[in-house]
Ligand binder design. Structure first.
Ligand code: EPU
Length: 313
């Protein structure tokens, strides 16, 4: 039995929402038992105890204080495009930086100042409008700036951190700091320096070029993407590429495209995508990930590492 000191208000999510709501700015969404399938591109995932979209930074600080006080787990959601929320959902608080303050993309002194919740596509399109080249690759990545920073998202031979001048981030106590790429440990699909930090804002740089030339490159990227990647719901590439090459190519060579568990299917267009054909559960996706890893291990003595973040319930 739990003692009263271990009891958290999150045992009753409706009560927890009512407790948090008076401390945040009006306009902040606070919802109990929010189905996360609504917030992931794979369209799977059970309920989060609490789901919050802070209207501003002050409200985010209040949510952090609430989590500390209630000893609640906290997860910061980007656009849910690289995430597997399990069928049991999440016992804790999920924060999404989706409000206008966090979604802003502003042109300032030849750079783009972006909130962590900004869509990467908006970043790419705004860069094109102002003749800022180098951010074309972000066009087709279905994520947010914060998520792209956290995992150093990349495509078409470029990666997010290649174009970052500086970021502002906050620790879980609400202290904000400005940091440069050199201050952080950055690698292929990871950024160690953001562990324990919430990205708030990012300044992207590039080099000048005509909007037409930039637009042309974006179009080429988009064509390549549509020709090689599925449009069905997915979480992007399921695995990081191993040193041996493209995980998708390896899965393809082993004849594993079309492999299925329940409603989860290995895309026939690109071997590194697991798609939700409709009605897939997180368990289906996890089993399929396990199956693919097993087959690749047996055939190639290779351990594929998931790129998708798997959230523990
Ligand atoms: N290939 C196959 N069969 C497949 C998939 C790929 O033969 O089923 C071949 C392609 O024909 C190509 C090579 O493998 O010759 C590489 O394929 P691709 O250009 O698609 O690149 P990738 O390494 O499989 C990476 C990123 C993608 C990104 C693309 C395009 C990773 C894990 N994946 O895929 O990123 O969109 O390059 O730049 O780094 C993601 O991170 O979620 C993601 C989708």
């Amino acid at each position: 039995m739990k003692t009263s000191s271990e009891w958290s208000v999150l045992a009753d999510p409706t009560m927890a929402a009512a407790k948090l709501a008076p401390h945040v700015t009006p306009g902040t969404a606070v919802r109990a038992m929010e189905p996360m399938a609504r917030h992931t591109t794979l369209r799977v995932g059970g309920p989060a105890d609490l789901y919050v979209e802070p209207a501003d930074e002050a409200s985010l600080v209040q949510v952090l204080a609430f989590c500390r006080e209630e000893k609640a787990r906290l997860f910061i959601l980007g656009r849910g495009s690289n995430l597997l929320v399990q069928d049991e959902g999440f016992r804790g608080v999920i924060v999404s930086l989706k409000s206008p303050v966090f979604e802003r993309v502003e042109w300032k002194d030849g750079r783009l100042v972006c909130g962590a919740g900004a869509r990467l596509k908006t970043v790419a399109v705004t860069a094109r409008r102002h003749g800022l080249a180098g951010l074309e690759f972000l066009e087709g990545i279905p994520g947010s700036v914060g998520g792209a920073l956290r995992m150093n998202a990349g495509a078409m031979g470029s990666a997010t951190w290649d174009r970052v001048e500086q970021i502002r981030s906050m620790d879980f106590h609400g202290n904000a700091v400005i940091r440069k790429p050199a201050d952080l440990e950055i690698g292929y699909r990871h950024c160690e320096g953001l562990r324990g930090q919430i990205a708030l804002e990012c300044i992207f740089t590039g080099h000048p070029d005509s909007p037409e030339a930039i637009g042309q490159r974006m179009l080429e990227h988009s064509r390549k993407r549509w020709a090689s990647q599925p449009a069905a719901p997915s979480a992007g590439c399921a695995f990081k590429n191993p040193a041996q090459g493209s995980a998708g190519k390896i899965i393809d060579e082993l004849g594993l495209k079309g492999l299925r568990v329940g409603g989860a299917l290995v895309s026939r267009e690109h071997g590194n995508f697991i798609i939700n054909e409709g009605g897939a559960t997180a368990r289906d996706v996890l089993e399929l990930i396990g199956l693919l890893r097993e087959r690749v291990r047996e055939a190639r003595a290779l351990e594929l590492q998931p790129e998708i973040e798997i959230l523990e319930p």
